[in-house]
Write a protein that binds this ligand. Structure first.
Ligand code: DAT
Ligand code: MG
Length: 140
């Protein structure tokens, strides 16, 4: 089998807009289970580790500022091929072109800001998932 864990974040825009439940509903409807769910505030330290791959890019500063603008729902999901599966549920990074049926395609839009406020984060590989779960849930 190929049961995986992935780190999902409902970003501050999703929490603010009251979409946490809708996003968790889609995850559970897909058949993935919730191994951890915690509403919390990110910190500059956590975000520096989480987004290390993007340091130096033009959207990095706005991204960190956005992620500090309100609480996030940090979630660990579990299921067969759930890393790729959640990326598919989330849709493309840019909500304008994210396919209908996806979280970003159905619920997100481009707000014309320096950073895409696209509702969710999902780990993009097994290595990223292990690293990110270690950052957000060191006890797991
Ligand atoms: P994803 O969240 O789809 O994995 P990513 O890891 O490439 O995308 O980027 C992390 C976040 O940074 C993304 O969710 C939104 C923001 N971002 C990425 N590329 C961007 C761009 N070209 N313009 C504005 N924001 C961007
Ligand atoms: Mg990414």
């Amino acid at each position: 089998t190929d049961v995986q864990r992935s780190l999902v974040l409902v970003k501050p825009d999703g929490v603010r807009r009251g979409l946490s439940g809708e996003i968790l509903r889609r995850i559970e409807a897909k058949g993935y289970t919730l191994a951890a769910v915690e509403l919390r505030s990110a910190t500059p330290e956590i975000l520096a580790a989480h987004y290390a791959e993007h340091e130096g890019k033009p959207f990095y500063g706005p991204l960190v500022e956005f992620m500090l603008s309100g609480p996030v729902l940090a979630v660990v999901i579990e299921g067969q091929r759930c890393i790729e599966g959640f990326r598919s549920l989330a849709g493309a990074t840019d909500p304008t072109v994210a396919a209908p049926g996806t979280i970003r395609g159905d619920l997100g839009r481009d707000w014309g800001l320096a950073v895409q406020q696209n509702l969710v984060h999902g780990s993009d590989s097994e290595e990223s998932a292990a690293r990110e779960i270690g950052i957000w849930f060191p006890a797991l």
